[in-house]
Design a protein around this ligand. Sequence first.
Ligand code: GLU
Length: 298
Amino acid sequence: MICRFAPSPNGFLHLGHAYSALMNARLARRHGGTLLLRIEDIDRARSKPQFEQAIREDLAWLGLDWPRPERRQSEFFAAYRAALDQLVARGLAYPCFCTRGAIAAHFADKTGTPRDPDGSPLYPGLCRALSPRQRAERIAAGETFALRLDMARALAAVPTPPRWREFFEGETPHAMTGRPELWGDVVIGRRDTPASYHLACVHDDAAQGITDVVRGADLAPATALHALLQRLLNYPTPDYRHHRLVLDSDGGKLAKSKGSTTLRELRAAGLTRAGLLALLNERMGGDFADPRSFPAQK
Ligand code: GLU
């Protein structure tokens, strides 16, 4: 079993990250497997070295250990580009020159805007019908573009709807069949950042031989899309284990953007590792033990 904890270094880790990292570590330990740390830093504007360093420090404080060097996604842009090129060459992805404003304007005179599971407007396909020549001319003219998956073609290219096994927080597999069409023609790459989270994530899960993806339930809706990309790119589909989210005291989702209490703030306020485990166990009804008591990784 190979698991990964895959934070983005665009802020400090909070309680929810600690829960996710500990869920990963505990699963790997129970199965005699390995936990990898992957730094998901494709967003060059928001990723900062000090956050990356803080991730390592916070995880070490939690009592976790992982093989080094860690995979940093920013070092693999060429690999993501090759995967995207392959999808474009097969007619499964296309360049889209629409700005957010153009997409909003398209829906302005309609009743309501259909949205994908992340809440972004479903792309109405404005650039889908451009000819190869129009595309080449606009790219040559230096227009900014994103690469979008052609969802209808992508679905037609796979023999059956994407399926995977979901364990949630337990040990019972549930057979899942996804509806990736809910994502529409989703962005899978950009000119300046040659990958989206979705593409880089499935690429790296395959490249690192990840067998079990343990992550928050907020990413569960993306799994249908990930399973589709795995089929298209001939990558294996790991098992998924989406866990509950640790909520704020007001019942909302913890988020870096909301300034939810970070592990460093809790630590500075005197919380010990044992205290943190007790806090998570109390809030989540869990039974985490000190990870330092986990056997050494293989
Ligand atoms: N990098 C993502 C995040 O920080 C996690 C991706 C994943 O686990 O698939 O939310």
